[in-house]
Write a new protein. Structure first.
Length: 342
């Protein structure tokens, strides 16, 4: 699986993890994964994909030519819902492992921390030009969810041309979300035909999610990573223009909590219990509850990142729990995770 096209390798205690994997106890009978995997697929992954498509269609309707947007507040609610639903899909994205045609789809939808292209300047030139949206928005980056935020939230006013561009981008996104939801539905037999591989894909998706969230969405913003040490800047937040970075983080960690399903004793918690690792699931849930309590009490992104040290510390604990402890506890082989998305 390709997680990021990145440069700097980071690994915490990988050698000890491999030792743990090599000595994985053969005395534990292989559990039946059908129920917890069914829960994760049918109650988390598939519904989230369907919700992203529906929320996108609602935003497209709000941006249609027969609607006069004028002020960005008009489209804030449907845009916020799309952000939350997309982050839920992205957090557990395994579709590329089930259908290789969808390996690169997330990178077309979301270009946060991907590449060095100055797409904002290029979009501004396109807006100031005379080409219609179909001609002007010829690159995937111009039709990303990040480009949509840029066009809608540069300022509080939405011009007629900005609305036209935003509507075209949203329609493009909706097509991709619809394809994702349908592809997940079609790939259901593939997912259940190889339960061990599907479990590994889920664990890897969580490891990738917490890794990028810890460093890109929290650490870089707060000046806690090596790259931006002691140089915090809220403009580095994922959705700095709209102010929805905190909402995105909440959706990411809520989705992770759904996958573990600790209170329901289902999902990954059920699997960890079957491998005599119920305490690990309990510790993970404790960290998820703590980080979500911080996120849910923050009134806006600015106030949220005053608690960035706590967010970063907890997310680092989750990273170690996902990428080291959980991979050592389950029959899953670790994959390399890299840093420095710029």
């Amino acid at each position: 699986m390709k997680y990021f096209n990145l440069k700097q390798f980071i690994c915490l205690s990988l050698s000890s993890t491999m030792i743990s994997l090599a000595s994985f106890s053969s005395s534990i009978a292989t559990p039946d994964l059908t129920q917890p995997l069914t829960y994760i697929y049918d109650e988390v992954i598939l519904p989230n994909a369907q919700s992203a498509h529906l929320s996108c269609e609602r935003l497209a309707t709000a941006l249609a030519s027969d609607q006069k947007v004028n002020h960005v507040d008009t489209v804030r609610p449907p845009f916020l819902q799309l952000i939350k639903d997309w982050k839920a899909v992205q957090t557990t994205y395994i579709l590329g492992e089930l259908n290789e045609d969808f390996l690169d789809t997330p990178g077309r939808i979301d270009i946060f921390k991907q590449g060095k292209e100055d797409w904002q300047a290029q979009l501004t030139r396109a807006l100031n030009g005379t080409n219609d949206p179909k001609t002007a928005l010829f690159k995937y980056s111009y039709r990303s969810i990040n480009a949509l935020e840029y066009i809608l939230f540069q300022d509080e006013q939405v011009t007629e041309r900005e609305q036209q561009f935003a509507h075209y981008i949203t329609q493009s996104l909706c097509t991709q979300y619809k394809e994702i939801a349908q592809a997940y539905q079609d790939a259901r037999p593939v997912f259940f035909n190889e339960p061990d591989k599907s479990l590994a894909n889920i664990v890897h998706s969580l490891s990738s999610s917490i890794f990028s969230t810890k460093d890109w969405r929290i650490g870089d913003v707060a000046g806690l990573t090596r790259k931006y040490k002691n140089k915090p800047d809220l403009r580095r937040a994922e959705y700095a223009l709209s102010g929805y970075s905190g909402a995105a983080l909440t959706s990411i960690f809520t989705t992770q909590q759904q996958v573990f399903a600790y209170t329901q004793k289902n999902g990954l918690q059920s699997i960890l219990t079957a491998y005599d690792e119920a305490k690990l699931g309990q510790d993970i849930d404790h960290n998820l509850e703590n980080i979500l309590s911080i996120l849910k009490t923050a009134k806006d992104d600015a106030s949220l990142f005053t608690q960035a040290n706590k967010l970063y510390d907890i997310s680092n604990q989750l990273y170690q729990q996902y990428y080291i402890s959980m991979i050592a506890a389950l029959p899953v082989v670790a994959k390399v995770l890299d840093a420095d998305g710029d």
